[in-house]
Write a protein that binds this ligand. Structure first.
Ligand code: FEO
Length: 169
């Protein structure tokens, strides 16, 4: 079982993960309007990844006999600027999420909640990967700048992103 405080904090994080999904779906739509289908695909896969993060946390709250409390999801912006600005915003957002996960871990440590610490470790590792993946896209985007040929090449690469591996029940 988990404490009411831990349960509330995890429910807050479920909401933040839902917002991440919502924002990446908005970014996907925006990339389509820019005529960048590979970027749009990458963001769509990122949306699916975030839904997986939500589901995993939802299941954990349930498994611990907790109460899931689904809250209103903040409305994401519609426009995100240049392709580079989109990924800079993505990096900034993932750094923000990393910080949220670390704060959750602080709470689990404070509460001597060993099960939740183990559970959250997956997210700590996942965030390292999330930030690295985005950094790997920000760097070439900085290099190509406004060059259309370069952007088309990156668009082609992003179109190859695979769907996230489904969770095992
Ligand atoms: Fe759920 Fe992208 O962190």
């Amino acid at each position: 079982m988990i404490s009411a405080k831990m349960q509330d904090a995890l429910n807050e994080q479920v909401n933040k993960e839902f917002f991440s999904a919502y924002m990446y779906l908005a970014m996907s739509a925006y990339c389509n309007t820019l005529g960048l289908p590979g970027f749009a695909h990458w963001m769509r896969m990122q949306y699916e990844e975030e839904i997986m993060h939500v589901t995993k946390m939802y299941d954990y709250i349930m498994d611990q006999g907790g109460e899931v409390n689904l809250m209103a999801i903040e409305q994401p912006e519609k426009e995100y600027g240049t392709p580079l600005a989109i990924f800079e915003k993505t990096l900034e957002h993932e750094q923000y999420v990393t910080n949220l996960i670390h704060r959750l871990m602080d709470l689990a440590v404070e509460e001597r909640d060993y099960a939740t610490q183990t559970f959250l470790q997956w997210y700590v590792t996942e965030q390292v990967e999330e930030e690295a993946n985005v950094n790997d896209i920000v760097s070439p985007l900085r290099m190509v700048g406004e060059d259309k040929g370069g952007l088309m090449m990156i668009d082609q690469q992003l179109s190859g992103r695979l769907a996230p591996t489904p969770l095992t029940a």
